[in-house]
Design a protein around this ligand. Structure first.
Ligand code: PGA
Length: 247
């Protein structure tokens, strides 16, 4: 299975920075296409330009969120169709920052993922426990609930991806141990197989949370880790390119 390396720029960037970074990333990523699929998820306003600059490169573009409805009176939102029309292949759904700051529920995430699939985008469905939930010994329960409630019926092989992002690892510089990641990915894959009826090998789960140039190789070597979802380190060309090379 090709590793997938996704850069989530969050609410960072401007056209000049995006142009430079996209070309630098493409230069490295285009030499690694057999082993890694590289995806950049810029803020919505930069998606069109980024996709245009990346024509002719293997680097794919993704949105950071999409609306549940195909279109309508939803001020400030972006539809899955709009992302698709400007050249996106992927869209993140249910990132913990969307859940926290926009109060998205598991049902919202499932509906967004379903909309993405119906539109021909691959949703990257983000799941993960908070520090509080982990300390209370509830990490697996929370993940189980998210898997049951966030994966839509439309999910069949290769039209969706999961990203396991422990909330406490995002932007904190803290990561779970390799054993922990192995255990959690194994759990997520087997539960998703039960939930969808897919074979274990058909389920693609990325790890996210404080992935850097220094730890990418170790994390990507863990069984069951199908790639990485990178926040902060994806804004620094050299750092992100090291992660691509690790994949
Ligand atoms: P981080 O963010 O790499 O900065 O921890 C990951 C994410 O939020 O997807």
């Amino acid at each position: 299975m090709q590793k997938i390396v996704i850069g989530n720029w969050k609410m960072h960037g401007d056209p000049a920075m995006a142009h430079t970074l996209a070309l630098q990333v493409a230069d490295v990523a285009d030499k690694c296409t057999e082993k890694a699929e590289v995806v950049l998820c810029p803020p919505a306003i930069l998606v069109l330009q980024l996709a245009t600059w990346l024509v002719g490169s293997a680097v794919k573009t993704g949105g950071q969120d999409c609306h549940i409805q195909p279109e309508g009176a939803f001020t400030g939102d972006t539809s899955a169709a709009m992302l698709k029309q400007v050249g996106c292949k992927y869209v993140l759904v249910g990132h913990s920052e969307r859940r926290k700051f926009h109060h998205e529920t598991n049902a919202d995430v499932r509906n967004k993922a379903a909309r993405a699939i119906k539109t021909g985008l691959i949703p990257v469905i983000c799941i993960g426990e908070t520090e509080e939930e982990r300390n209370a010994g509830k990490a697996k329960d929370v993940l189980g609930e998210q898997i049951r409630e966030c994966i839509p019926e439309e999910a069949i092989s290769h039209n969706f991806i999961l990203a396991y992002e422990p909330v406490w690892a995002i932007g904190s510089g803290k990561t779970p141990t390799a054993d922990d990641i192995l255990l959690m990915h194994d759990y997520i894959i087997s539960l998703t197989a039960k939930r969808t009826g897919l074979d274990l090998e058909q389920i693609h789960v990325l790890y996210g949370g404080s992935v850097k140039g220094d730890n990418a190789r170790e994390i990507l070597a863990i069984e069951g880790v199908g790639g990485v979802l990178v926040g902060g380190a994806s804004l620094k060309s050299e750092e992100f390119c090291r992660i691509i090379q690790a994949a």
